[in-house]
Write a protein that binds this ligand. Structure first.
Ligand code: ACO
Length: 333
């Protein structure tokens, strides 16, 4: 019997309206547009403003439109996985909240935390439920309100991150296309370089942890950069080799958008030209779990049935990985 493959059959994304420019950041910390552009490639990022709004509010915008676009009833969704590092609350899972707000009343739902690699981890996890024949309609969300954990007095991190999200519908493939292969990796010893110090069970929140700024992102940028460049490039080359793909066979590289220099180094190692790489970091910054679906959404109208895509990510944990998929439908325009 032919293997059931899981394919992305629809995508939508959402980024909030407020644009935080490099110019505005120069009034908040000692930085410049030149430094940010040269070191990261970021010109602006989006920020979710408004009391009481969280990651689920970003996700609901993407999921509602995704369901409309694919003429899918929320009642028909079997499973919702939300990849996030900025859940609405410690518990319940943000996926539970999204399911409730969208009316996906027959779905079970859970969150997945793999930092910036979360979306590809969740995509692969969701695909297994489809490939096994257990479920037919799975929503995978990558969403983060990074502004909720960014210290806007720390110039080394506040210039990088933004808010945004995207969601895909996974279904049994209509044409044998879909997710072909994936490699996912973890090295927990990397946690010393990138983490949030307080608010977990090791160091619950106290007045002291707040005063010490321990609820913000802690990142040793250079150390993370070194691991990111090496591992993202290695895993992307490994997935190409294992699937006998040459650089000219790859239609698009869809990299996590953490830093333009990491993206360029990965593309170079893969032998891929710049016009084969989805890059929108200049407009959104690093939206953590939102970056890859934001790219797929912006490029959706250019994508063709049978295009070979390599999705590639690196993030806190450390976590990293690559997914090889054959796009299953022609772009909408
Ligand atoms: N403006 C001006 N100067 C700055 C700024 C800024 N915004 N930020 C740092 N600097 C200064 C530093 O203080 C330092 O000054 P010094 O030499 O006088 O000490 C100098 O610039 C160089 O600092 P570095 O940290 O070495 O700068 P680098 O070139 O490494 O860039 C960056 C920093 C952008 C953070 C980079 O290291 C990076 O992209 N790292 C990887 C990030 C990443 O991939 N994270 C993983 C995903 S995130 C997740 O999983 C949640």
């Amino acid at each position: 019997m032919e293997k059931i493959r899981a394919a992305i059959t629809g995508i939508h994304a959402y980024a909030p309206d407020y644009v935080l420019t490099n110019e505005e950041l120069t009034h908040m910390v000692d930085t410049s547009d030149e430094w940010i552009m040269a070191r990261t490639g970021i010109r602006e990022r989006r920020i979710l403003k408004g009391e009481g709004l969280g990651t689920s509010d970003l996700a609901v915008k993407a999921v509602n439109t995704l369901l409309e676009k694919t003429s899918t009833s929320p009642r028909d969704i079997d499973l919702v996985i939300c990849a996030t590092v900025t859940p609405d609350m410690v518990y319940p899972a943000t996926a539970n909240i999204i399911s409730d707000k969208v009316g996906m009343v027959n779905a079970f739902s859970f969150d997945l935390n793999a930092a910036c690699s979360g979306f590809i981890y969740a995509l692969v996890t969701g695909s297994k439920y489809v490939e096994s024949g257990t479920y037919r309609k799975v929503i995978v969300v990558g969403a983060d309100k990074m502004s909720s954990i960014v210290d806007y007095a720390d110039r080394a991190t506040c210039v990088i991150f933004g808010d945004g999200c995207g969601a895909v519908l996974l279904e049994p493939s209509p044409n044998g296309y879909g997710i072909m292969d994936a490699i996912l990796r973890t090295d927990g010893s990397g946690r010393i370089h990138l983490h949030q110090k307080a608010g977990g069970s090791v160091k619950p929140s106290t007045h002291e942890t707040i005063d010490a700024g321990e609820h913000f992102i802690y990142q040793e940028g250079q150390a993370v950069f070194k691991f990111a460049v090496t591992n993202m490039a290695d895993v992307s080359v490994e997935i190409m080799e294992r699937n006998h793909l040459k650089s000219e066979d790859v239609t698009w590289l869809v990299p996590h958008q953490a830093n333009l220099r990491i993206i360029e180094a990965t593309a170079k190692r893969m032998g891929i030209k710049k016009d084969q790489v989805m890059i929108n970091i200049q407009r959104y910054g690093n939206t953590t779990n939102g970056t890859i679906p934001l790219c797929l959404w912006e490029w959706e109208d250019k994508l063709k049935k049978g295009d070979n895509l390599i999705l590639s990510a690196f993030g806190g944990g450390f976590t990293w990985g690559a997914v090889y998929l054959k796009w299953a439908y022609n772009g909408l325009s």
